[in-house]
Design a protein around this ligand. Structure first.
Ligand code: ATP
Ligand code: MG
Length: 178
């Protein structure tokens, strides 16, 4: 069933595996020799659809940030799935142990600061959203779905709230470091 879903979204993709347990559908897929993540929401789940749309908006704003997995392609809805998107795959393991490597820590600090500088906070810097390379010396944030965009012109959130969100992001990041 999941294989068919992948083919319905994009016939050039092949299912490799389902990733963890999630409110959304998150699949590791392959096109040729390259791995990607295919992520989509359940059509009847408004929270999931909001997560996906929000993530697409943030990935658009953050296309130059290095320590995240970027948007590759978006698709039309298919059968019971909404807002499918293809993202870069990052090889490694979720951060279920403390991240002690100084290079990985530096990369993640830089990534969070780069996102903050673009007006993106509330990044949900949790272990399951951070993938650490097998060498341990690099890491990426793989899920920006609940992020919040602070935009001076439109005022999505008041600046005081945005500042608090930034402080929470850094606190959560340092908690991952132990
Ligand atoms: N770009 C990626 N590269 C490698 N692995 C990834 C990538 N994106 C997601 N994963 C894997 O899939 C899991 C779920 O992905 P993601 O966090 O995007 O989904 P989610 O619906 O927000 O799940 P959750 O609610 O558990 O955070 C991650 O914990 C990670 O193991
Ligand atoms: Mg997540």
């Amino acid at each position: 069933m999941v294989e068919k879903l992948v083919k319905d979204v994009d016939p050039s993709l092949k299912l490799i595996r389902e990733c963890g347990y999630s409110d959304n559908i998150v699949l590791e897929v392959k096109r040729g020799k390259t791995l990607y993540i295919l992520k989509m929401a359940y059509a009847g789940c408004p929270w999931g659809i909001k997560h996906l749309r929000n993530e697409v908006e943030i990935l658009g704003l953050a296309h130059d940030v290095e320590g995240i997995t970027h948007l590759v392609q978006q698709y039309d809805d298919v059968s019971w799935c909404a807002s499918p998107m293809l993202k870069e795959y990052y090889h490694g393991e979720v951060a279920n142990a403390k991240i002690r490597n100084p290079r990985a820590q530096k990369r993640l600090r830089r990534t969070v600061r780069d996102l903050h500088a673009l007006g993106i906070a509330n990044i949900d810097v949790a272990w399951k959203n951070v993938v650490v390379a097998p060498s341990g010396d690099d890491a990426k944030i793989v899920d920006l779905g609940i992020g919040t965009v602070y935009n001076r012109a439109w005022g999505y959130v008041p600046y005081s709230t945005f500042r608090k969100m930034k402080a929470i992001d850094l606190r959560r990041l340092y908690r991952l470091f132990g």
